[in-house]
Ligand binder design. Structure first.
Ligand SMILES: *Cc1c(COP(=O)(O)O)cnc(C)c1O
Length: 439
């Protein structure tokens, strides 16, 4: 069974104060996990987690991670602006972009972020549009082929757009060195959402061996190895969770075997985890608003894939717990006696949070929790069908709650039409309407 981080009574109380749907985050869970991550890599003095901002760009949540020394991994200029607004110093910003616009490189340079070059052609491009090559740089590696762990195919780097070939990587190090770079890093992201303790250690072996050869053959000083993201979480209730201590220990063994004997025992380990840092510590809180019986039984909820796109986009599984409502029983403890499709209201048949899911009997008004939406949840939201993205609420360690992002309003949705007279009329109209509603 999957644990919820709120009780039914707590949830009923919270949903009485914030209209559903909303994303709810668990500060206590975020902090406990963060401490485990820090502990797992404490053997490496230079260790830093650069939180992947795309997974959840909410400044209130990033600020919690910052308390533990997390940096920010950004991939666009707006993500860089978030890091700037949080006063993150340059060396604590990793700019891991691809297909990068000139303006983004310029902002990265201005902020003194560590630029992780995705391609060798980006080196002259950067010089032309952003200025001199910084002293600390990084290059992204793509080994090509299939990435395997034991006999399992984990992913297909040969088919991915990211990173440089090995030959290009050596050439890029030489080019950057000639242009004044002094400290080098290497980075690779070879598999996503890995639910195994072996991914980081296997990746570390590949990158450590490469780092030794790069330093020997190009004379460049390798200062850090960036294991990037990809550490997964168990979305299904029967999957075992990764053990970050075992992962850290696996990386340490590879470090002792490969880097230390090569005289590179001072290399810093960087990570760019997103999903693992926040995924399990967020959920979507939504309410059943319709029940429909045709060829199958449908429960319509007030959230839709504008709030959480992963099921529609990837067919991803997200566990659902039926909590119930104010005067009813705590359904989180009830047996699954029904089979439902749980749907949102988009005019898209893939707008389903669950298909043929065994759940307890659901009544209109019941609160449902959609689990593990803390990463790549709200941030992937969109406005199709004119749907408005939901609010984000933080459940503090002391049990209080804080609104950390309000829900979008029609005025937000129409804001960019202000270039049209009809758009300005729409905006005036919704402004009047909103005044009416608060009366
Ligand atoms: C998406 C991404 C991450 C985070 O990945 P998770 O699977 O969420 O850990 C880290 N680094 C880069 C460059 C990414 O694109």
């Amino acid at each position: 069974m999957k644990r919820t981080f709120v009780t039914k009574d707590q949830l009923v109380d919270i949903a009485g104060r914030y209209p559903t749907p909303f994303h709810l985050y668990d500060e206590a869970g975020i902090r406990a996990n963060m401490e485990a991550v820090r502990e797992a890599f404490s053997w490496n003095t230079g260790f830093r987690e650069y939180f992947a901002v795309k997974a959840n760009p909410n400044p209130a949540l990033i600020s919690i991670l910052r308390e533990y020394g997390c940096g920010c991994d950004c991939s666009s200029s707006t993500e860089l602006m978030i890091a700037r607004a949080l006063n993150v110093p340059g060396p604590e910003i990793m700019f891991s972009s691809n297909d990068t616009p000139a303006a983004d490189f310029r902002l990265a340079r201005e902020l003194d972020a560590i630029v992780n070059f995705d391609d060798i052609s980006h080196i002259p491009f950067f010089e032309r549009v952003a200025g001199p090559i910084p002293e600390t740089v990084s290059c992204r590696f793509n080994p090509g082929g299939l990435f395997r762990l034991a006999n399992d195919i984990m992913d297909n780097p040969g088919d991915s757009k990211y990173g440089m070939t090995e030959e290009q990587l050596f050439e890029a190090f030489r080019m950057l060195r000639e242009r004044g770079a002094k400290t080098f890093g290497i980075h690779a992201f070879l598999a996503s959402n890995t639910v195994t303790n072996d991914y980081y250690p296997a990746l570390a072996r590949i990158l450590f061996e490469l780092a030794v050869r790069l330093q020997r053959e190009t004379g460049a000083h390798v200062g850090f190895v960036n294991l990037s993201g990809g550490v997964g979480i168990p979305y299904r209730p029967d999957e075992p969770a990764n053990d970050i201590r075992a992962i850290g220990e696996g990386v340490r063994r590879a470090f002792e075997e490969i880097l230390v004997p090569a005289g590179m025992g001072n290399v810093a380990i960087f990570t760019e985890m997103g999903r693992f840092m926040l995924g399990p510590y967020g959920c979507v809180v939504t309410r059943a608003i319709h029940e429909k019986r045709i060829y199958k039984d449908y429960i319509g909820v007030d959230a839709c894939s504008a709030d959480l796109m992963r099921p529609a986009m990837y067919g991803a599984y997200h566990h659902i717990t039926v909590m119930g409502q104010a005067d009813g029983p705590d359904k989180s403890q009830e047996a699954a006696t029904r089979t439902y499709d749980v749907t949102g209201g988009l005019c898209e048949n893939n707008d389903k949070f669950a298909i043929d899911r065994k759940l307890p009997e659901i009544e209109i008004g019941d609160l449902l929790i959609i689990h593990d939406t803390g990463a790549h949840g709200h941030s992937m939201g969109y406005n199709y069908n004119g749907r408005l993205r939901s609010a984000e609420v933080l459940l503090r360690t002391d049990g209080s709650t804080e609104l950390i992002r309000r829900a979008e309003t029609p005025a937000d949705y129409f804001a960019t039409l202000d270039v049209l007279p009809q758009g300005r009329a729409l905006l005036e109209h919704v402004a009047i309407h909103e005044t009416d509603e608060t009366d």
